[in-house]
Design a protein around this ligand. Structure first.
Ligand code: SF4
Ligand code: MG
Length: 332
């Protein structure tokens, strides 16, 4: 399989002044293969959106590397960066906030085509706008209307049409369905899947909830506090989650088939996600981990491939740690 994107030990830190640093992304590695959907999941504030934006070179990286078709996205000339922005497009959580309320749908979808000088005449451009509207399940009568005249789901379709306008290869979808009604979420997911099939698109699909990426993703990475906790195929992640955080996230999702008895042990994570300005020592998950042991406060777990294509950062799978007895909560 061909790698489209290679993210290598990526870090994005924000200097907040007064000696404080926000380690939004702190050493994340993953690959995305051509034509697949990679789900990136984690609670809000875990760094998943910042990862997406750093991949797009909307933010410079603090350390590490992002290779897109073997090109380092943070070392491109201005001209090559302009070309890159054509190949990678973003879809946002709140389509209303990302669509200019004073522009017509035709103007919104045309804008990237004008910036990238895709068509010689306005007529050619308009016929492409009509085509895109139809591809996302809207129609040409919508072209002269304004964003506020549409429902949330329709607005997300407009956002998708705009993202498709430049014929991108990779779409970074940052929580594209989180703000939508449950009944509309499936329609937008179906649309994204159909477009992927028709156009051979590759997706980085960001979500805060595993249930949202379960069906659409080929592989899934779970992030916690700026770090990757676990990464494997969607199937393997649901069948055999290894990281206590993934286990907790999954045990919160009910099994949809009523004929299957839910015999899983409920893993409950307590407390709030700590601040990425002052993350816990050792394993960043240890303050909420029901399995935390002594070593977890002292040593950062390494990112290791414990089974083929199944990566996890947790001392439970580290053979060099002998004492794996959990510390009781009053020792925390
Ligand atoms: Fe829990 Fe320790 Fe594993 Fe971190 S390293 S997830 S604290 S058991
Ligand atoms: Mg976000």
């Amino acid at each position: 399989e061909e790698k489209m994107l290679q993210v290598r030990n990526l870090k994005k830190h924000f200097n907040l002044g007064k000696g404080k640093t926000l380690k939004a992304v702190d050493g994340v590695s993953f690959d995305i293969y051509k034509g697949e959907t990679f789900g990136l999941v984690g609670e809000s504030g875990c760094g998943k959106s910042t990862t997406g934006r750093t991949i797009m070179n909307l933010y410079d990286r603090t350390d590490g590397q992002v290779l897109f078709n073997d090109q380092d996205v943070h070392k491109l000339s201005e001209q090559d960066d302009f070309k890159l922005k054509k190949q990678m497009q973003m879809i946002f959580q709140d389509p209303y906030a990302s669509l200019n309320p004073r522009s017509t749908v035709a103007d919104i979808i045309s804008e990237p085509m004008i910036v990238h000088k895709m068509y010689k005449t306005g007529k050619q451009r308009m016929s492409r706008v009509y085509e895109l509207l139809e591809e996302v399940g809207l129609n040409r009568d919508h072209a002269n209307r304004y964003p506020h005249e549409f429902s949330g789901g329709q607005r997300q379709r407009i956002g998708i049409a705009r993202a498709l306008a430049l014929n991108p290869d990779l779409i970074i979808a940052d929580e594209p369905i989180s703000a939508l009604d449950v009944s509309v979420q499936a329609q937008v997911v179906n649309l994204l899947e159909r477009l992927q099939e028709e156009k051979g698109l590759t997706y980085l699909f960001i979500a805060h909830d595993l249930s949202m990426v379960q069906h659409i993703s080929d592989r899934i990475g779970v992030m916690y506090l700026g770090k990757m906790a676990e990464l494997t195929s969607s199937e393997q992640l649901y069948k055999k989650p290894l990281h206590p955080y993934t286990q907790a996230l999954l045990s919160a999702i009910p099994i949809p088939d009523p004929d299957i008895e839910d015999s899983r042990e409920q893993v409950i994570i307590e407390g709030e996600i700590p601040s990425p300005i002052d993350p816990p020592s050792g394993c960043v998950f240890r303050t909420r981990c029901p399995m935390a042991m002594e070593a977890c406060a002292e040593i950062q777990p390494v990112w290791q491939e414990v089974e083929q294509d199944h990566y996890v950062a947790c001392h439970l799978y580290n053979d060099n740690i002998n004492d794996k007895s959990p510390v009781t909560s009053d020792q925390h």
